[in-house]
Design a protein around this ligand. Structure first.
Ligand SMILES: Nc1ncnc2c1ncn2[C@@H]1O[C@H](COP(=O)(O)OP(=O)(O)OP(=O)(O)O)[C@@H](O)[C@H]1O
Ligand SMILES: [Mg+2]
Length: 180
């Protein structure tokens, strides 16, 4: 049975469709299988319908979205809960702010080349953004500032879901955030 040594935040950032939700679900599944009972996921799609449904997609609102999530992630992780946050979180300053607030913040850059994201398009959003039906879509006509020094980078066009998950579990084990 694995044990959590200290609370931590796994922060998944990357373009829509890069694999943030997929990887965070898989890491959650792995942690539970290892015998860690309490794991909390915070996911953009859910959070925006509940905690931040008043916010839109301007830079100010995107930053505020991330600030609120960062606040919740801090509360949870300070109480020893592994907290997995999957948000596009395109702006590096506010990601840095959250990093400063949370102990044991692990930034995971979920990368995938745009051509492949456009092919994947699991939610049909790239099609809409490219045709102009949606405006201000990150990666198409809104900025994404990639992390400069992420703890982990996963290129999901090359690394399988299992490879990516394994890389994250290896990192948190090696950093002694969990004990095998
Ligand atoms: N190696 C891989 N790792 C992760 N996802 C992959 C990989 N290969 C293919 N995929 C697929 O890519 C898609 C990623 O979608 P997912 O919803 O996880 O993206 P997201 O980053 O959460 O996007 P959004 O920001 O819109 O919520 C899924 O359909 C997943 O099955
Ligand atoms: Mg997602």
């Amino acid at each position: 049975m694995a044990k959590v040594k200290t609370g931590f935040v796994l922060w998944f950032t990357g373009l829509s469709g890069s694999g943030k939700t997929t990887l965070s679900l898989e890491v959650e599944r792995r942690l539970k299988k290892m015998g860690i009972p309490h794991v909390q996921r915070l996911d953009g799609d859910v959070v925006r319908k509940e905690l931040t449904k008043d916010l839109g997609f301007s830079k100010e609102d995107r930053d505020e979205n991330i600030r609120r999530v960062g606040f919740v992630a801090k509360l949870l992780s300070d109480n020893g809960i592994p907290t997995l946050c999957a948000f596009i979180s395109p702006y590096k300053d506010v990601r840095h702010e959250v990093r400063q607030r949370c102990s044991n913040f692990v930034e995971i850059f979920v990368y995938c080349p745009l051509e492949i994201l456009i092919e994947r398009d699991p939610k049909g959003l790239y099609k809409k953004a490219l045709s102009g039906e949606i405006k201000g879509f990150t990666g198409i006509d809104d900025p994404y500032e990639p992390p400069e020094n992420p703890e982990i980078t996963i290129d999901t066009s090359v690394e399988s879901i299992d490879d990516g998950t394994e890389k994250i579990i290896f990192y948190i084990t090696e950093k002694k955030l969990i004990e095998a």
